[in-house]
Design a protein around this ligand. Sequence first.
Ligand SMILES: Cc1ncc(COP(=O)(O)O)c(C=O)c1O
Length: 398
Amino acid sequence: MPYPLSPSAVDALRDGTPGARSTTHFNHAGSSLPSAATLAAIHAHLLREASLGPMEAGATSVEQTERARTLAAKLFNAQSDEIALTTGNSPGWGAAFAALEPWRAGQRILVARHEWGGNLATMRHIAQRAGATIEAIPSDATGRVDPDALEAMLDERVRLIALTWLPANGGLINPAAAIGQIARRHRIPYFIDAAQAVGQLPVDVAELGCDVLAGAGRKALRGPRGTGLLYVRRDFLPQLMPAFVDTYSAPLDAKGEPVLRDDAARFESSEASMALRCGLANALHEALEIDIDNIRARIDQIACNLRAQLAELPGVSVLDQGTERSGLVSFNVAGLDALSVRRTLAAQGITIGSNGVPYTPFDMTSRGLTQIARASVSYLTTDAEIDKLLAAIRTLAY
Ligand SMILES: Cc1ncc(COP(=O)(O)O)c(C=O)c1O
């Protein structure tokens, strides 16, 4: 594949994506458009299950499960035994959090302001109920989490640092590796929510210095809905005791006792959608083939272009903070709420997202925001699609 992705390469990738013909999609941060080959992989397995019997189709399931695991390990610069296949970002992140030793009163969790609301809900549900506190690390002047401010907050009561690398409500990219260096130096467990990063940015768990990293299959990776990836650093795994186990995650030993698996698959169960795993394996294969650096370069170029042109429109405020930015472009249109912007565009066949406070409560509240519209791009996005989006927003803004 040439670098950067050439227009003809993008055309070919769009030709292999049914949704690229039927919708103008600017909600890749919500869920992207799977390729025809990914859909075919899912479909083929459903047909195998239908003709052989779902359990009898198992040999292919095992092969495709291990293929997905191996490819995910390659994508993250990890080992296969450090990867669990999950059903989404929150199921993986939440299962790892719930597997930590019980929380005690006075213990502290430090999060960036951009932490995903679902992770905060889990922290409140488990740790805050036990008397632990959840504290936001200050951001620097650009809005990114401030590593120096984190270092100044540390004491012996800090039990976890949690970072949402790319927030759900803006294009900012947090300095995840700099936070990882501090976590490593102070030997504090470090969880990264990489829901928006996987498939869009290079993810190197060694460089990030994280103990746990969760990702979603359906976003930039273009995998099927209902899939996710969980990385657990091998040395950290013994500190995680899953809240429940089954015959797969804890098979019986010779004495009939359940023995917890010694790999990250202790977070998997025997029952899963094998068809979706086949689709996930294909999406991982495609991302690695196209090459994440190529993907990152093209997304960055498209998002910069969209951001610059949106900012020129009267009545439109682009809200993205940070210095290095992702494919998510957040904005508001004066006099209109984000949901009605989304609905009006949807009526014209253009899909964007809109968020309220709950997805990123600390960040929205601290910036005095109650809602944002978000147009998120992929390497599939074309100039013609951007022109269509801008023309539609231009008529709204008057
Ligand atoms: C940053 C972030 N974390 C977590 C999630 C939740 O992912 P899932 O729905 O796969 O649990 C999202 C979803 O948009 C997200 O943007």
